[in-house]
Design a protein around this ligand. Structure first.
Ligand code: PEP
Length: 281
């Protein structure tokens, strides 16, 4: 991925008609966790209305508390993928927490005639789950969104990307999502988007920012702008190539991370702000 000389080095890739590189920008707005078909449909329909072809949809949720909702798992895949096809969604970022999930996703997409594509997301808790990384690296059907580990060095997280590449899959996007600090205040994580240019300089990977899981709330500054929006702007101005962000039609009914979700009526201004920030490149 640019840190070690290797024939598999490359500077970007195209997946399901969508280009990912260090010089363009893709927005993945969507639900942190899939809940009910109505919400998935509302989200995808809104994205379609804005010409957006990517989204995020969590089916397998890694939760700190074992009694919290763990995601619908493979049961929701058929209707999520069908709805994505209906609304022209080409890539869904979907976290997996076990290698068996790759087969579940693949079987389901195959059965449906591949109405959409999936980017396999490795969450921050699994950045050093080496067996999972190796399993994901061994397949080359799906690109990978690798989250930075929240409590390890940047170098250690970049090595996780090398695990994927060394097994054969160099279609990797590296995602900054904030670092854990003792206090967890004022944001859930210390926003680390100043590292966007550093990762781009050190590697060839496109770099994603996740303002939702970095900030973790709908706190706003005195000017009325949400911290999630400020953080997004910082990331995009710094050169981010992808934005992964939580939206929800009814955050109060979201099963995971509702309090940090942006509202559907905030989508148009959010997309416009990103466009303006991107124009500063
Ligand atoms: C997520 O994006 O749904 C998520 C859980 O993120 P992270 O792994 O960064 O906490």
């Amino acid at each position: 991925l640019g840190r070690h000389r290797d024939d598999r080095r490359q500077s970007g890739f195209t997946y399901n008609g969508v280009e990912f590189s260090q010089s363009n920008l893709n927005i993945f707005a969507g639900l942190c966790a899939v809940d009910v078909p109505e919400h998935v449909d509302m989200m995808m329909k809104a994205l379609e209305g804005h010409g957006e072809v990517c989204t995020r949809m969590g089916a397998y949720k890694p939760r700190t508390n074992p009694y919290s909702f763990q995601g619908h798992g493979k049961g929701c895949l058929p209707w999520v993928f069908e709805k994505a096809g209906k609304h022209g969604i080409k890539v869904i970022a979907m976290e997996i927490t076990h290698e068996s999930h790759i087969e579940e996703i693949d079987n389901c997409l195959e059965k449906l005639g591949r109405p959409t594509g999936v980017m396999l997301q490795v969450g921050t808790r699994n950045t050093q789950n080496f067996e999972l990384l190796k399993a994901i690296g061994r397949q080359s059907t799906y690109p990978v969104l690798l989250k930075r580990g929240f409590g390890i060095t940047l170098n250690e997280s970049l090595n996780a990307a090398e695990y994927l590449a060394s097994e054969g899959n160099a279609n990797v996007i590296f995602c900054l999502r904030g670092m854990k600090t003792e206090a967890g205040q004022p944001h859930r994580n210390m926003v680390d988007f100043a590292h966007v240019p550093a990762v781009k300089r050190l590697t060839r990977m496109p770099v994603c920012v996740d303002p939702s899981h970095s900030v973790g709330s709908r706190e706003q500054s005195p000017d009325g702008i949400l911290d999630v929006m400020h953080a997004t702007a910082q990331g995009v101005v710094a050169g981010a190539n992808m934005v992964l962000v939580d939206f929800h039609p009814k955050p109060e009914r979201a099963l995971v991370d509702g309090p940090q979700a942006l509202l559907m009526n905030e989508l148009p201004a959010y997309l416009e702000d990103i466009r303006l920030c991107h124009d500063t490149w």
